[in-house]
Write a protein that binds this ligand. Structure first.
Ligand SMILES: N[C@@H](CCC(=O)N[C@@H](CS)C(=O)NCC(=O)O)C(=O)O
Length: 214
C-alpha cells in the first residue's frame, strides 16, 4: 500500500492524490505540514530532508518532490497509461510542462496565494497583489493560447499540474485585476480536469478546507 504524507490543503499534495485517483491506486494518507506539524520531526526529516509535503512511501522506497512522485507513480504502476507517454518526444513534452509549473508558475502564484488566502483582508497589500496578478495573468494567457483548438496541453498528463493550479484563480477573488480579466484557462483547466474523477474529489476537499476562502 502506498502512503502519502501531507495535508490535503496543499496543492502539491493534491496533485499526487489526484494522480492516484486517475491511476486508480489505493493509498493511505497521513496529515503532515502546516497545522498538522510532523514535517520537522526527525523521523519525517529522515524521509524528506526538505521537511515539505508531500512525501510518498512505497514499501522500502521513499520519494519527495511532487512532480517526481507523479512520474514515479505513472512509470511504476501505469506504464501504458496515456497520462505519461513512453515515447521520448511525448514524454519530454509533458516533462516540459511539469518543469514549467515548478520553475515558473508556482513561484508566480505563491505570493498571490499567500497574499490572499493566507492573509486576512485587512492586512492585504492590494498594490502588490495587483502586480502579482498581472504576472500570473501573463502566464495563464500563454497556457490559454496553447490550448486553442485542443483539450490538453500534452497527452493527458498536463492536467496534473495545470489543473491543480486552476482553482487558485478562484482563490484570487480579493484581487480585482486577477479576477476582472477574462482568462478562459480557468474554465479550460476546470473543464479538462473535470474529465477525470479526481478533480471533484480534490476540489470538494479543498473547499471544505477553506470554509472562509474569500
Ligand atoms: N517543490 C516541492 C514543494 C513542496 C512544498 O513546498 N510543499 C509545501 C506545501 S504546498 C510545504 O510543505 N509547506 C510546509 C508545510 O506545509 O508545513 C514539491 O513540489 O513537492
Amino acid at each position: 500500500m502506498l502512503t502519502i504524507w501531507g495535508r490535503v490543503n496543499s496543492v502539491n499534495v493534491q496533485k499526487v492524490l489526484w494522480c492516484c485517483k486517475e491511476l486508480d491506486l489505493a493509498y493511505d494518507r497521513i496529515d503532515a505540514g502546516m497545522q498538522f506539524g510532523r514535517n520537522t520531526a526527525p523521523d519525517y526529516l529522515a524521509m524528506n530532508p526538505m521537511g515539505k509535503v508531500p512525501t510518498l512511501v512505497d514499501g522500502d522506497f521513499t520519494l519527495w518532490e511532487s512532480n517526481s512522485i507523479l512520474r514515479y507513480l505513472a512509470m511504476q504502476y501505469a506504464p501504458d497509461h496515456t497520462i505519461y507517454p513512453a515515447a521520448p518526444k511525448h514524454r519530454a513534452s509533458v516533462d516540459r510542462w511539469l518543469d514549467w509549473t515548478l520553475s515558473t508558475l508556482q513561484p508566480a502564484e505563491r505570493p498571490l496565494f499567500w497574499g490572499t488566502i493566507r492573509t486576512p483582508p485587512a492586512e492585504r497589500d492590494t498594490a502588490q497583489l495587483e502586480a502579482h496578478a498581472r504576472e500570473n495573468d501573463k502566464l495563464w494567457r500563454v497556457v490559454d493560447s496553447q490550448l486553442k483548438g485542443r483539450d490538453y496541453l500534452e497527452a493527458d498528463a498536463s492536467c496534473w499540474p495545470i489543473s491543480s493550479s486552476a482553482p487558485m484563480r478562484g482563490a484570487g477573488s480579493a484581487c480585482p485585476t486577477y479576477n476582472a480579466r477574462p482568462c478562459p484557462i480557468s474554465n479550460a483547466g476546470t473543464r479538462n480536469s473535470a474529465r477525470g474523477p479526481a478533480f471533484s474529489v480534490t476540489s470538494r476537499r479543498r473547499s471544505a478546507d477553506y470554509p472562509s476562502t474569500p
